[in-house]
Structure formats: C-alpha cells, structure tokens
Design a protein around this ligand. Sequence first.
Ligand code: NAD
Length: 290
Amino acid sequence: MAQLLDGKALAAKIYDKLAAQVADWIAADRRPPGLAVLMVGDNPASAAYVANKEKACAKVGILSFSEHFPASVTQAELAQTIQRLNQDDRVDGILVQLPLPGTHLDADALLLAIDPAKDVDGLHPYNLGRLVRGESGIRSCTPAGVMQLLAEYDLSLKGKTAVVIGRSILVGKPLALMLLEQDASVTIAHSRTADLAAVAREADILVAAVGRTNLVTADMVKPGAIVVDVGINRITDSVTGKSRLVGDVDFAGVAPIASYITPVPGGVGQMTVAVLLQNTVKSYCQRFGI
Ligand code: NAD
C-alpha cells in the first residue's frame, strides 16, 4: 500500500516557518509582507480559493490587499489596479485569480502587466523564461509545491522516468521543466496522446494534471510508481448525496500498487497555497535585500 505524500502536514510546517520569520521582522520594526489577490466575478470555486489564500496569509502574518471586482469590470480598470499595486510599497506579491469570467478580459495582458518582481504566481513570461533557462526566480506555485512535496520525502528523481499528463502553462509545462531540472527523463502527455495508458505505464513518477475524475486507473500505473494527483474535481457522492473533492486518479484502485501517492484533498492543493506565501516572502526578502 502506497505511503501518503501529506501536503497538509508539509504546508503546516511551511506556515510555521514563515510565521516565525514574519514575527521576527515585525519585532524588528519592519513592515509585514503584503499580498494582493485580484478576484473578478463570483465563481464559487475561485471565491473559495481566494478565501483560503487570505486565511493562510492571516495565519502567517502576511497582509492581504485583496480587491474584488464585478464581472463587468473593464480591462483598463484591472490594468490600472495592477499598475497601482506595482507601485505600492506595501505590496510584495500580486496575483490575478484565474479563470476570468466572460470573454471581454485578456488574462495574458494582465499577467504581463504585473511587475515580474511581484509575480508571486510565477506566470509572467519573464519568470517562466527564467525557468526554461534553468535560472533562479519565482516559480509557479502548484508545480513548485509538487517538487517540494517530493523533496520532503527524499524522493530522488535522477534518471527516473516521469510522465506528466496535462500541458497547461499553469501546471503541466512548468512541472515538466522542474522535473527535468532534477534530472528526470520527462514525457508530457495530453488530450492528443496516442495510447495514454501505455505512456503512463512507463512512469516511475506519474503526475495527473487534467481535471477529469478517474482518468488514471490502476492498469495505467507501473507497480511501485510515485503518483501525484494535481486534479481537483467536485463530484456528488452517490451514497451521501453530498458534494466532495476528488482528483484525477482512482485513489482506491491505484494506492495499493503505487509506492507513494498524494491524497485529494490534503495533497497538492495545500502545497499550492503554501508556496504562494513562500513566494510572497521571497519577493519581500528580495525587495529588502534580506
Ligand atoms: P487545463 O484545462 O488548462 O489543462 C488540462 C490539460 O489536460 C490540457 O493540457 C489537456 O491537454 C489535458 N487533457 C485534457 N483531457 C485529457 C485526456 N483525456 N487525456 C490526457 N490529457 C488530457 O487545466 P489546468 O489548469 O492545468 O488544471 C488541471 C487540473 O489541476 C484541474 O483539475 C485543476 O482544477 C487542477 N489544479 C489544481 C491545483 C492545485 O492546487 N491542486 C492548481 C491548479 C490546477
């Protein structure tokens, strides 16, 4: 039976460390780090993510400068807000909660408007470019969270075969580059991959980042593989009638044959928020030369 890769426990450790650092700065009469989250519209999932981020900030002493806009907000208003936050000395990190509602807003243009030094989501082309070049910089939160979780369990990736299912700029592509940086041999699989099961079965480390319940079943997993489930899907439990979160991996079927596996919830999702706070603190340290 696979050992759990416990994102909740590691996130708690990260929060404790960050909280101690921030408390030291406050005691030394420095200002606290600040994070601005821009949320547009009323998507319930986005609202829940933003609330989680604010709660986590409060836990470690990071100030939240969240701004909530109606779905009718214009591109110009959002761009002006970003420019103002770029100039605001109390703000170390700026994040636009995605996806944006409707079709009138250009998310890429907004990400480009964020000062790369405050791009705590690591999605600005400058920071993504540094990742491609193997240079240090702010790394996107979910893939960086996966890498920290693997490191926490001393799982060496050197020479291992890694398969990442999903090629988004948010998760799949940057994660593939991070695995490559750790000397894994990486394949990216996606919706057009021929024989996904055969590709997945080659993996010593299998990552699912798609958003499809039960995409990865036991027959697609090499015995002893490390399985990382990034997917977040809300389903209605047929027994209780209540809604709950599941990943992309058939956990009950895969856990008995994998060596390590992330739970959903309690795995990668917890790490994403923890890395966001780490990135905010990192940006703060860079601003003050700490
Ligand atoms: P996305 O929709 O941008 O990308 C999905 C990817 O899956 C695409 O590259 C597509 O090619 C691939 N895909 C689609 N159908 C497929 C199939 N049948 N077989 C193989 N590949 C297929 O999504 P995303 O933003 O990358 O997010 C992926 C999942 O991860 C979602 O469930 C999302 O909610 C979740 N997510 C979780 C966290 C977290 O903190 N745990 C963070 C971000 C995203």
